[in-house]
Write a protein that binds this ligand. Sequence first.
Ligand code: UT7
Length: 329
Amino acid sequence: MAKIFAAITGVGGYVPEDILSNTDLEKMVDTTDEWITTRTGIKERRILKDPNKATSDMGVEVVKQILEKTGISPEEIDMLICATVTPDTTFPDTANTILAKVGSKNAFGYDINAACSGFLYALTTGAKFIESGMYKKVIVIGADKMSSIIDYTDRSTCIIFGDGAGGVLLEPNTEGNGFIDAVLRGDGAGREFLHMKAGGSLKPATAETVASKEHYVFQDGKPVFKAAVTGMVNTVNQVLERNQLTVEDIDWLVPHQANMRIINSVGDMLEIPKEKVMVNIHKFGNTTAGTLPLCLWDYESKLKKGDHIMFTAFGGGFTWGSVLLKWAY
Ligand code: UT7
């Protein structure tokens, strides 16, 4: 029997309409368009302003788009994995909320919390359910409403993050196109540099935790920056080596969109031509689990069957890793 590969057969993306530009941020905190542009490469990000909308609502738009593009019905979905650090509620999970909202009746799902690496963890998990032959249609989403956990008086974080969601449909492929390999890593020792202090079982929400702004993202940017570059480059190289490939074999590098300087450093260290590196950070900022599928969504029309796509990401945890796949359409 031919080996089953888990191929991406459809891509969806969604960003809210409202734009938060660098000029807007200049009026909110002590910053400048020039500082943000040169230090991060970000010009604007999207914000989900409707107070009644949450991460699942962005996920729903992604799923609807995927169903429409691929011509499958909600009943045909077997499984949905949602990578997010901003679930609608602590429980139940966002994946099941999305499934209910799109009218899926025959699926199950769950969330994966791996911050900016969440989409890679979720993609790998989803791929294994396809490769094993257990499921035929698995949707993998990366979605975050970062504006719900950002302190818009903290200039070191509010300039970076934005809201958005993207996702893919995974289906079996016997032509050799699809998920090839992953090197995924985690090291909880990095948690002190990027985290949310309260709201979990360690420090449940109280009036004091709210007053002291402990429900927002805390980041010590410099150590995260350094670890991100090393972690992404190392795992890309490990994936290449394990598969007897070289950087020349990569048709597209899809890096997490956290900072243009990080993307450039990773690209330079790998010595990969800039035109092979997907970038949309200037438009959307860092959407955490959303960045990688939103890149695919933006670049979908340029991809060719058989292209080697290398994803790489780094985020809170620390979590990081790289995934290699062959494009199937
Ligand atoms: O996606 C998850 C993983 N996250 C990342 O990969 C993010 C990694 N880190 C970064 O991208 C960068 O560290 C940041 C963009 C967060 C910060 O850039 P940086 O070049 O590391 O700046 P810094 O934190 O060292 O700050 C340099 C200076 C400081 O002033 P002093 O102490 O030199 O006087 C900051 O107070 O820039 C100041 N600063 C700002 N100035 C104007 C910090 N934020 C701002 C701002 N506008 N928004």
